[in-house]
Design a protein around this ligand. Sequence first.
Ligand code: ZN
Length: 309
Amino acid sequence: MANTPKLSRRSALMGAAALPLAAATATATRAAAPMLGVTQSNFRRVKVGSFEVTTLLAGTRPVENPHKIFGLNVDEETFNSVSADAGLSTAAAQFFFTPTLVNNGSELVLFDTGLSGAATVQAIEAAGYTADQVDKVVITHMHGDHIGGISTDGTPTFANAAYITGATEFDGWSGSGNENFDGKIVPLADQFTMLDDGGSPASGITAMAAFGHTPGHMAYMVEDGGTQLVIGADFANHYVWSLAHPDWEVRFDMDKAAAAATRKTMLDMMATDRTAFIGYHMPWPGIGYVERNGEGGYRYAAHSYQLML
Ligand SMILES: [Zn+2]
């Protein structure tokens, strides 16, 4: 076997020498196909029991100098070495923005709305739905990349939807003078229903307090037929820098100690129960599992086919 490649290569070289013109022409023709750039789909649908759960890619972009965002409490050398071990660039990180649709058989529920209505609706339509079919919009927290798509030019993007969010989250932003909250949420405030830890926005879905990233940040447990999936929103925002090192501070976590404590509690639960989760900023399509890495942290295991069966 060891000799085979060598022999093939020699005969290939001899063949090429014997047919110089034809070979050169053929190669040149093949090289003319244009470079098309990297690409990806903008929706992914899986099953949780009888429920259908669809992640929607509402946006993605590179962000420079990720150490300015992740690992604020560790030095450059530590950040660089953890990143190198994981094969990650320290010059830029690719960000993803991933709302989720859950169809529980009686209602179509959208979790978060992306940066803008247009991109989110485009992904919803690619996935086979229309914006008008959305029965409920659940907002996990009030950051602009989660509420931006709730209205488009001042008009509600999801014309038939009821709105639901955490009471603590809503109260935490009310009267704070935040431009995004005042522009996107306040005009719809009368139509919002508030819930607390353990509340249910729809059948088979339960709110889980996951405070820290924002004052009342909520995750949601989706459960049917003995299968569980956590819509984790922003409890952890990078698959290495937040999972391997839940203590690493993140610029966007408003209460850094509470956010780290929430990360550890949720990661421990999901690793123990082998619960699937969707992370709003995990690598597209945003669905994965949590494993212990043996060093006190966790490892992200991207979903393969578990939720297709
Ligand atoms: Zn976010």
